[in-house]
Design a protein around this ligand. Structure first.
Ligand SMILES: Cc1cc2nc3c(=O)[nH]c(=O)nc-3n(C[C@H](O)[C@H](O)[C@H](O)COP(=O)(O)OP(=O)(O)OC[C@H]3O[C@@H](n4cnc5c(N)ncnc54)[C@H](O)[C@@H]3O)c2cc1C
Length: 396
């Protein structure tokens, strides 16, 4: 069967067959492995790598069928970095051996991934990374410091951007690796956040030896590989499928229905405005996912991520107003190191405080506006003076 000749009904019947062969109440990992092997994990991936080469838009038919049958899911909240960032990058730039090694345990959730990109001196300006990787025989020796690494304390693998040629201009001297988080020299330290918990970490890399077969893409071509990750990251953060009135707007609407005594005309107006915007954002996300069926995500993904951040901050702010005093009660201030980024089951204060990070993580809103201005609207680019200078000669 070639791509695009698939129909939703065929995929639904494959999902039914899977459930008939592998009872949904058995071992969840065994079920997820069987689902991957049947090509029903991400149907648009190639055969043998969890997919069928089918149109991406047909994934929802499989998901609906399996959810209705009560099948276990792979807990996307726990493995979002693997699914949203590592997987599309490995698919596009990895060798066949890397794809076979990493994609199955990534998708089943058996192996959690994190992203070792940001550094104290390289966040928005990610091409400034200073973590060094030096070739030593058939391995690379990596040293440096990463920061804000979400879920590093749970991760088995990381996607890592490191500097391999300090004499080249900053965008040309980087190489992309998969980092073994269990390798000697990897140290993960919690960073406590405004919510009270430590969802992210600092990661210190001291003479970490990574075999060359953990390199993703050619030496010096790390920026091109990282761009695949970043484009997909923005879609993953802003374009996650949600049902109507789902996602951040859901607890606000629930609070509105349950607390009639706090309603005012002003709050009602604001709620309506945000509800309509949330619906528009949801449908824009759905349209973006359909466009993805035709190719790689473009800079339009930045607009979805930007909208998601602004909207979530306004929604969680209004939720606190609607709840009044009750909205000030925080649920847990102990230093937790969570397994997942989980907001919907937490207190309104947690949602409000966590939403502050939405306009920073995955590209700040200011930087995304710059990308939209340049690459979507075609406005003049910011003047750049550092693209031809060797990285080692840049002022720091
Ligand atoms: C909750 C959370 C989770 C994160 N998880 C991860 C992770 O798992 N892995 C990882 O690698 N990183 C992670 N990050 C880091 C995140 O990607 C960076 O914080 C982000 O890229 C911003 O970089 P910075 O913090 O160095 O800020 P800076 O780049 O120093 O920016 C500071 C300010 O200057 C503005 N600014 C910078 N450049 C420009 C410009 N050209 N035009 C206009 N304004 C500009 C920024 O918008 C911002 O307001 C996470 C961050 C958060 C908040």
């Amino acid at each position: 069967m070639s791509a695009n000749t698939w129909e939703a009904a065929e995929l639904r019947s494959l999902a039914k067959e899977l459930v008939a062969r592998h009872p949904v109440d058995g071992d969840p990992l065994a079920f997820l492995r069987a689902r991957f092997d049947a090509g029903l994990a991400w149907v648009h991936f190639p055969v043998g790598l969890g997919g069928l080469g089918a149109p991406r838009a047909l994934q929802s038919a499989v998901d609906e069928e399996l959810a209705a049958a009560g099948a276990p899911d792979n807990d996307p909240g726990r493995i979002g970095i693997g699914l949203g960032m590592a997987a599309p990058t490995i698919l596009r730039h990895g060798t066949p051996a890397q794809q076979r090694r990493f994609l199955r345990p990534l998708w089943t959730g058996q192996e959690v991934w994190c992203q070792l990109f940001s550094e104290p001196g390289a966040g928005s300006d990610l091409a400034a990374v200073g973590t060094r990787a030096v070739r030593d025989g058939d391995a690379w020796v990596v040293s440096g410091q990463k920061v804000w690494t979400s879920l590093a304390h749970k991760a088995r693998w990381a996607i890592l951007l490191a500097r391999t040629d300090p004499d080249a201009p900053k965008h040309q001297g980087m190489t992309y690796f998969v980092c073994d988080m269990t390798a000697p020299g990897v140290e993960v330290r919690p960073l406590r956040q405004i919510t009270g918990e430590a969802e992210f970490n600092e990661v210190f890399l001291t003479d970490v030896r990574l075999p060359d077969d953990l390199r993703l893409g050619a030496p010096g071509e790390g920026w091109a590989v990282a761009r695949t990750t970043l484009m997909n990251e923005r879609v993953a953060i802003g374009g996650t499928p949600v049902p109507r009135e789902g996602g951040p707007i859901e607890p606000l609407v629930r609070a509105w229905r349950e607390w009639p005594e706090v309603r005012t005309a002003g709050l009602h107006d604001e709620l309506m405005r945000l509800w309509v915007r949330a619906e528009a954002a949801r449908l824009t996300g759905a349209r973006l996912r359909q466009q993805l069926a035709a190719g790689e995500p473009g800079p339009e993904g930045s607009a979805v991520k930007l909208t998601h951040a602004m909207l979530t901050q306004r929604i969680t702010g209004l939720e606190l107003e609607v709840l009044g005093e009750a909205g000030l009660r925080h649920d847990d201030w102990t230093l937790r190191r969570p397994e997942r980024t989980d907001v919907l089951d937490r207190a309104a204060t947690h949602r409000y405080l966590r939403a502050k990070g939405n306009s920073i993580e995955g590209g700040t809103s200011e930087v995304l506006r710059g990308i939209i201005a340049e690459r979507v609207l075609g406005l003049p680019a910011e003047p750049r003076t550092d693209t031809t200078v060797a990285w080692k000669d840049l002022p720091r």
